[in-house]
Design a protein. Sequence first.
Length: 271
Amino acid sequence: MAFRGGKWLLLVGRQNSFAKAWRSSKGSPPLRWKRYCHWSAGKSLDPEVRAFLEENTEITSTGHLTPEIRLRLLTPRCRFWREKPDLWPYGDPFWAIYWPGGQALSRYILDNPRVVKGRSVLDLGSGCGATAIAAVMSGASQVLANDIDPIAGMAMILNCELNHLNPFPIVIKNIINSEVGNWDLIFLGDMFYDEQLANSLHHWLRTCIRIQQTEVLIGDPGRHQFLSHSIHSQLHKVIEYSLPEHTRQENYGLTSSIVWSYQPSNSSENC
């Protein structure tokens, strides 16, 4: 993230509480594209929140793997690079980080538009929305972005504006363990930072593949929680990207990020 030293470690440590939020709504009602789209084209943003986000983030297209995509992120020139994270008024701004797994997924989509062209896409845990934006740029027929943070939804709309795109539908709720939607593709990056959340993802993604034959692509730089989870035995490495120096510095030495294809076997159904 964009906070140096102890501030960065504090916010990364808070991913445990963030994971609890993802796990808190098991048994959610069935998901429908329109019914649960809290943000969509034509939705106006709260002027106060918009002003705050515009004032306290920087528009950047450098230091990450996708210079084609402009994003509002926290950078060294932002006030909250230096301020205490607790002073940020809207909860921890995980969406203001362009995480390595999301970078790899977005780079892969832009380089291989055939993967999404004409297909329906769910971007799970979308954060800043870069992967969803890459899917729109590459010709996906439908894109639904998902995050549990309503401020992330607002940031995604701002990022769509930066890239001259109409905002895609955005659902702000935990949809893991909800009724399986009819998606051709599910993308998720940097979501395996908590064992219980990883278990829920493992089960739900298998269900999506079994029922809808959904293709699942995962972006992760090889964090311990991901590599040590049982899902790792069901993955096929698609491509590995070397991370830019700026991203390496923000992520304490991680040098690369990988796109994985999730291909569970029938024998793993009860894992």
